[in-house]
Design a protein around this ligand. Structure first.
Ligand code: URA
Length: 249
């Protein structure tokens, strides 16, 4: 494998960050400084260090699941099916795979599964401002006033004052796909994920969520070819998009 690719994989850096540390002479292969980014290295036997620290191979896996209703976003549950039960037996054997944050049992849509604890933590931390986009079927249409209330950082209830959120109507195209049977719907983008947050925010404006689906998270959009219960690995670009979404802004 090329040296810059391997350094990027081992550290989670972008390829250009990896090139930068290599050309600065901070990377050693088997004890010798190497500055040629395209040099071929053996990922299974060469020992790489960065600033003297050994880089150990720890390839994480990232999946997107179209979570079906009726499953719980947990690794274990005594009564209900967990999202992990949807994985193939080979993927189930991977140690430490877990869902990134939680969706309610009746919520569907994008749920990321990974064994990368650091990225997962960053994606759900409100401080990192990664966007989560939901489409909601509602009992009534949203109003201009609702949009303002969501944007203002509303007091939802005694326990929750929400960060500012973007509320909007769906485009005709979105509505056709999300609600072909017709009805009221809206899209909301949040940067946090408190318990039942979307449902509580709509309830605080006198509305009610009848059905909720997460469409995107950290810039990665649910692959609509995935039926509920299906999953696929993220592409390298999608993993990079997630990383970019939690970089200091
Ligand atoms: N907000 C909710 O109310 N439920 C979810 O599952 C996710 C966000």
């Amino acid at each position: 494998m090329r040296l810059d690719k391997l350094v990027a994989e081992l550290t989670g850096m972008t390829r250009s960050q990896a090139r930068d540390v290599i050309t600065k002479g901070r990377v050693c292969v088997n004890g010798d400084v190497r500055k040629t980014i395209a040099e071929q290295v053996k990922e299974d036997s060469d020992v790489l260090t960065l600033d003297g620290e050994k880089l150990t191979f720890q390839k994480f896996v990232y999946y997107m699941l179209n979570k079906p209703a009726g499953t719980v976003s947990a690794t274990k549950d005594n009564e209900a099916r967990t999202v992990l039960s949807l994985l193939s037996s080979e993927d189930k054997k991977r140690r430490n795979l877990f869902p990134v944050g939680r969706l309610d049992k009746d919520t569907e849509g994008l749920l990321l599964l990974t064994d990368d604890g650091i990225l997962s933590h960053q994606l759900i931390s409100p401080k990192k401002h990664a966007d989560k986009l939901y489409f909601a079927k509602l009992i009534r249409e949203i109003t201009e006033e609702d949009v303002k209330v969501f944007a203002s950082g509303m007091k939802v209830d005694e326990e929750l004052t929400a960060m500012p959120a973007v509320l909007r109507t769906l485009t005709e195209q979105e509505k056709e796909i999300f609600l072909p049977e017709g009805g009221c719907a809206a899209a909301v983008t949040l940067q946090e994920g408190k318990f039942h947050q979307v449902k509580r925010m709509f309830a605080a404006t006198g509305n009610e969520v009848l059905y909720l689906k997460r469409m995107a998270m950290g810039g990665v959009t649910l692959d609509e070819t995935l039926l509920p219960g299906e999953y696929r690995p993220l592409t390298e670009e999608e993993v990079q998009t997630l990383r970019d979404s939690v970089k200091e802004k």
